[in-house]
Ligand binder design. Structure first.
Ligand code: SF4
Length: 293
């Protein structure tokens, strides 16, 4: 971001007032098993406010913490391409005309990018710094069924390639620690993503949050939850496999303290990040060390 804008860019999380086909009955009504009540946008402004009101409110909060005049409007909650092209264009354009908004990040599902939406994204890509975030989580079909993701790997792959043909930056989300996934499977997920060469990757540790079906599943099964040390090892192994050109957007998630059942160690995010740094130093290693050419 500093290379592109000459300074740090600050992301403002927006709730565009969309829903999700995995919640409105089109695919399912209960959503992905881990999805929180606010569609995985727990730190956003409220969707009853207009886009510009949310941007102004968030910018005010963030400007107390970071000094910058570069902001990215991050459409985070639910599925941000799940509407008519007309409404989508209106909402994205409303964000773009706000002061110091220099880019847009759009989080969505790969089964919600039609030809028309792709054309709209290509149009946005021409006029601003755009990236599209796709939640993949895993490449394993049984896990995908267990978490009720609601689309196949083929659909994901087709969309990721379509975005690439339009030169649209793509960020792929993966979740570590999904029930039943061992280290080998998680590293397979990483290698798959690395081979696709997206612009970026976000890696999350699975959060078991109150009032989700995952919480019930956990209380019934007590599936294995990784420890802090296991996670640090796994992330370093993952970074070594990820192509060096891929931008790492996230190495661990933010869970709301009051809602997080497990793993509680993720609340100390700085320790997780600093231990990853220390482990890489200890190994004398870095991103891409073992990535195939
Ligand atoms: S696709 Fe996203 S918003 Fe929809 S249910 Fe899954 S996690 Fe929630």
């Amino acid at each position: 971001m500093k290379d592109f804008f000459g300074e740090k860019a600050i992301k403002l999380s927006i709730d565009g007032g969309f829903t999700c086909p995995n919640r409105d009955g089109t695919i399912g009504v209960r959503g992905c098993i881990f999805c929180s009540e606010r569609g995985s946008g727990d730190f956003n402004s409220e969707s009853c406010k207009s886009i510009s009101e949310q941007i102004n409110e968030q910018r005010e909060i963030m400007s107390r913490k970071w000094k910058s005049s570069t902001y990215i409007a991050y459409f985070q909650s639910y599925t941000n391409t799940y509407d008519t092209v007309e409404n989508l264009r209106k909402k994205f354009n409303e964000a773009l005309i706000c002061e110091n908004i220099k880019g847009i990040a759009i989080a969505t599902r790969p089964d919600c990018i039609s030809e028309e939406v792709l054309e709209l994204l290509a149009e946005l890509n021409e006029k601003t710094f755009l990236w599209v975030e796709l939640g993949l989580q895993t490449i394993n079909n049984s896990t995908a069924n267990l978490i009720r993701r609601g689309y196949s790997l083929d659909v994901f792959e087709k969309t990721a390639k379509m975005l690439k043909t339009k030169n649209i930056r793509t960020v792929i989300h993966l979740i570590m620690g999904l029930p039943g996934e061992d280290r080998e499977q998680m590293l397979k997920n990483i290698s798959y993503v690395s081979a696709l060469r997206p612009w970026g990757v976000k890696i999350h540790m699975l959060h078991i949050l109150q009032n989700t079906d995952l919480a019930k599943f956990y209380l019934n099964t007590h599936f294995n939850v990784m420890s802090h040390d296991e996670y640090v090892e796994l992330i370093c192994d993952s970074l070594e496999l990820l192509n060096e050109d891929i931008v790492i957007h996230r190495l661990t998630g933010d869970g709301k303290k009051s809602d997080l059942i497990e793993p509680r160690w993720t609340l100390n995010k700085l320790k997780v990040l600093s231990d990853i740094d220390k482990e890489l130093k200890k190994r004398n290693s870095l991103q891409g060390k073992y990535a195939p050419l």
